[in-house]
Write a protein that binds this ligand. Sequence first.
Ligand code: C5P
Length: 396
Amino acid sequence: MFEGKTILLGVSGGIAAYKAAQLASDLAKTAADVHVVMTQNATQFVTPLTFETLVNNKVAVDTFDRNFEYNVEHVSLAKKADVILVAPATANVIAKMAAGIADDMLTTTILAASCPKIVAPAMNTGMYDNPITQRNLETLKAFGVEVIEPDSGYLACGDTGRGRLPDNGRLFEAVRRALAPKDFQGKRVLVTAGPTREAIDPVRYITNHSTGKMGYQVAAAAARRGAKVTLVSGPVSLQAPLGVELVPVVSAQEMFQAVTSRAGEQDLIIKCAAVADYRPETVADNKIKKSEGSMSIPLTRTQDILGWLGANRKPGQILCGFSMETRDLVENSAAKLEKKRVDMIVANNLKDAGAGFGTDTNLVTIITKAGMERLPLMGKDQVADALLDRLLTLQS
Ligand code: C5P
């Protein structure tokens, strides 16, 4: 996604400019070519040298800088850029953008560029809440500029309120979304993630080690690629990905309800969740008191959600399940393809290094009726894109 792309980071003169250095560093670690343009005021907070060192490109500040290789740098950068992110965007730069003023390198470049533009306002809360700034932001939105809402909290000026630059993860994700191919545009995708919890009594439950990381990456990737995504998630400690509708559930029964009631509207369903196979037959109303002897809890099977989906799918709908095994990975997983009547099983072995619960990487084998494909060890975000690529070919 970043390969061969040019990202232009515009930095304007607010104290949050120091945070943009970390963002520049994160962006520079991708395959993209990252350029930074600063306003004169921004250079009072952070020196151009900081950004130059991080992104390995000369930082542009003054439109009339004679050290540039080409004297129409703003036009050249504007043409090259695949996305422009202004972070932090001050009230002043936002006002200039809204009015079409181009009186320095950053604003001339922005005005000349036709690529997607994102602004991340960060300023004193009074300036942000001022109806003039709000009107300017509305103007930018009307022109198709994406505005990332600032966070609320303590501001460097001593005030508390809206105006903090969001964390780098959100800014990075906004850039990634802008660069992603929109090959899932118009598709409705339902993803399940995380574990389920099966109550024993008001205090205890049965669960597993799933953290939801894989499912959340699949949901994020599908949304980035233009899908309308519903994420049905068991209890996890992850933030819902940008632009995804989150449906939180706790038990397998709740997940069954949430998924099956929405299944009819979906073009694709990807079941990453580690659903409990058994739940206690009854849930005690009060805490079960301990005694000296051993105890046992009668368990009953939960409903197989994916199995139900396979038996009740609407025409043209694509179903993908996950399979986690500790032995005979391929045999066990291929059997699920048949048994659950699905189009794809993504199999991973818990015992493989770099695969399984809680890791940021995964080592998967993709199994379809056409055969199987073992992917190399990759980040869960890359696995998500790889399996979406394969699912897209199954649908057409
Ligand atoms: O049969 P097994 O649990 O190994 O299959 C795993 C796949 O089935 C996963 O995609 C999981 O989300 C799904 N599953 C389900 N409902 C269950 C158990 C598993 O949808 N009760």
